[in-house]
Design a protein around this ligand. Structure first.
Ligand code: NDP
Length: 286
């Protein structure tokens, strides 16, 4: 067989990107699959996003991830959006099909896969409380409703942000989405099957912080999930575990959003364990 030294290129466009560990995980997946692919972190300031997206064509890149601050701005540089990315209103993954750049969002899908596989919970028919109304909350909330959640109560500090998100999700999915303002301690209700923290509270370096919530009235069968992945065991999850509740950490969502992007780009199923252990090693987690 003739030698082929030409690698396929994917990567992430964002600012900052130096500490973004996704590439470590993706490259571990490429090696395990025997693929000559590379994942590079590109520092792209907002004024260069258009040029960076055009560079994808010039360099024949197979796809990119988008991170802060480009997840919404990138939409005007794309040829089309998946229905889920359109509903969420943000793109974290671009794939190239027949020369066209298609915007996808794998964050919520990654979360759902973690709920199903790692926590063993089917979201259909479940009643959910979702803390937060930022990008992660939009992705998680949209996918939960599309997966058949019976009730999605969005609880957020900012009234405007929370209400806008709920209105957008209702319009996009036609699903059962409600809003409650977050004032003081939020007492998690007994009817809640799945409780999700999609705020940034507890994220490194503020590891002692935890959302002001109280699990006293919660059902013993409730699952508590955190989008924060650094540290993987947030104070929220430690508190839930001490109360005897099942938990799902943010590493699960992070790994699966990458697994789904890998599948979209390469058309192959990656070695998920290789990706996960590379990520855990990069983050210094045992
Ligand atoms: P955004 O900045 O878009 O949203 C942040 C949300 O957190 C808002 O709802 C904000 O409320 C709320 N919030 C922040 N601080 C406080 C506080 N002190 N009290 C009450 N509410 C607060 O962030 P993202 O949605 O992009 O990210 C949220 C988290 O999800 C981050 O920790 C991020 O690392 C994580 N994430 C994890 C992923 C994974 O794969 N595991 C993927 C993507 C994100 P308000 O509207 O009132 O300001």
């Amino acid at each position: 067989m003739p030698a082929n030294y030409q690698a396929e290129i994917v990567g992430v466009f964002g600012q900052p990107v130096a500490e973004n560990p996704t590439g470590i995980m993706q490259e571990a997946g490429f090696v395990a699959a025997g693929l000559n692919w590379r994942y590079l972190n590109f520092e792209v300031p907002p004024e260069n996003l258009g040029a960076a997206m055009r560079a994808m064509d010039a360099l024949g890149m197979r796809g990119v991830n988008l991170t802060i601050p480009h997840k919404v701005a990138v939409i005007s540089h794309l040829d089309d959006l998946s229905p889920e990315a359109r509903a969420i209103g943000a793109v974290n993954t671009v794939r190239v099909i027949d020369g066209k750049k298609i915007g996808e969002n794998t964050d919520g899908k990654g979360f759902l896969r973690g709920v199903r596989i790692d926590a063993g919970v089917n979201p259909a028919g479940k009643r959910v409380v979702l803390l937060g109304a930022g990008g992660a909350a939009r992705a998680i909330g949209t996918e939960l409703v599309l997966a058949g959640a019976a009730d999605l109560l969005v609880v957020n500090r900012s009234l405007v942000r929370g209400r806008v998100m709920v209105a957008d999700l209702r319009t996009a999915t036609g699903g059962p989405v409600r809003f409650a303002p977050w004032r003081g301690t939020y007492a998690v209700p007994e009817w809640c099957d799945v409780f999700v923290n999609a705020t940034s509270i507890g994220l490194f370096p503020d590891v002692e912080a935890m959302p002001d919530v109280n699990f006293a009235a919660a059902s013993n069968k409730m699952l508590v999930a955190d989008a924060v992945f650094n540290p993987p065991e947030t104070r929220l999850l430690a508190t839930a575990k001490a109360r005897g509740l099942a938990t799902l950490d943010g590493l699960s969502m992070l790994v699966y959003q990458g697994v789904i992007a890998f599948e979209m780009w390469t058309g192959k199923s990656p070695d998920e364990r290789a990706m996960k252990s590379a990520l855990r090693e990069a983050l210094g987690v045992a």
